[in-house]
Design a binder for this molecule. Sequence first.
Ligand code: AOF
Ligand code: ZN
Length: 367
Amino acid sequence: MPSMPHDRRWMSRAFELARQGLGHVEPNPMVGCVIVLRGEIVGEGWHRRFGGPHAEVAAIAAAGKNARQATAFVSLEPCCFTGQTPPCTGALIDAGVAKVVIGCCDPNPKVAGGGVAQLRAAGIEVIVGLLEEEARQLIAPFSKLVTRKRPWVIAKWAMTLDGKLATRAGASQWISGEASRTVVHQLRGRVDAILAGRGTAILDDPLLTARPPGPRIATRVVLDTQASLSCESRLMQTIDQAPVVVVVGEQAAMERRDSLVERGAEILVPSGDSPHTRLESLLTKLGQRQTTNLLVEGGATVLGTFFDLGAIDEVHAFIAPKLAGGAAAPSAIGGQGIADMSAALKLHRATTEILGEDVHLHGYTRG
Ligand code: AOF
Ligand code: ZN
């Protein structure tokens, strides 16, 4: 779509505003809005927190009377229904804006083009799809949850240069340096749930909390078929700081389940007769709980199951300049894996960053 460079700048500014909602707005999307009158920004706003005013309403309030005859740049199609807040289409119409430029349509079936139609019916000029790719990327976890009813899966691991998650004896603390761990804690502090396998939960005895805390408190999810997690584990001992969900198999002993429940954990029993079908079922259950972002922290078996299922959306790998060796030492992704290198999962929009001595590689599994 041909567009003037300054239009792009304003839309980019709307994205930048939107990103400030990360970790605060879920399961809602991050949305930003810039109101421009005669080439000047007269109001800005973003969706700051779940249940709070939408970006357009905040920007209109900031613009005051200057919203009249102005152009609103919104990263997402304005909503046209009453949820926890009134529809933004009404707010834009009442404010008297002349034009609305939208990044991408809202995949929420309650909107899905309805917002555009309402604005047009009110005589407002509407342009859809300015910097559309980026606008879609901004709301990817929300889109997945609202359309596929499943969380967005972020796989994270720290490994040695030779691709090991631990030594042959299972020792994994610490592979990455301080700077990498800071980034991991930032991730933990903005997701809805953090998942680890039984091996990791028992061997490493991790807390899986964000330190310092971020905008959200993630539920800690442990895959533990036999319900063998100890009530003395650090996870269970810190249950007052963040919830613990133990995902068990149907065969898990009732007394084990009961003792975990007594200490405040929640038990989930996914259905299915293979690790893959059980994982599908778990993802559905997490989606029903409005889990928007799920951080999968390992170990290799769990990462392998997610990988084989094609369930990973985003990857954060921290690679330390260390060598562990050992054929028996676990590498990052277990499971079946692929046979043909041409079938390798390629990361899109991959970026690398140096964190202390480590390399932080970030990318997406879909374009
Ligand atoms: C917008 N602007 O800033 C956001 C929108 O329950 P509510 O009222 O907060 O509505 C949530 C829905 O509104 C959400 O599922 C998505 O479709 C849309 N989000 N829309 O016009 C915003 N955050
Ligand atoms: Zn709205």
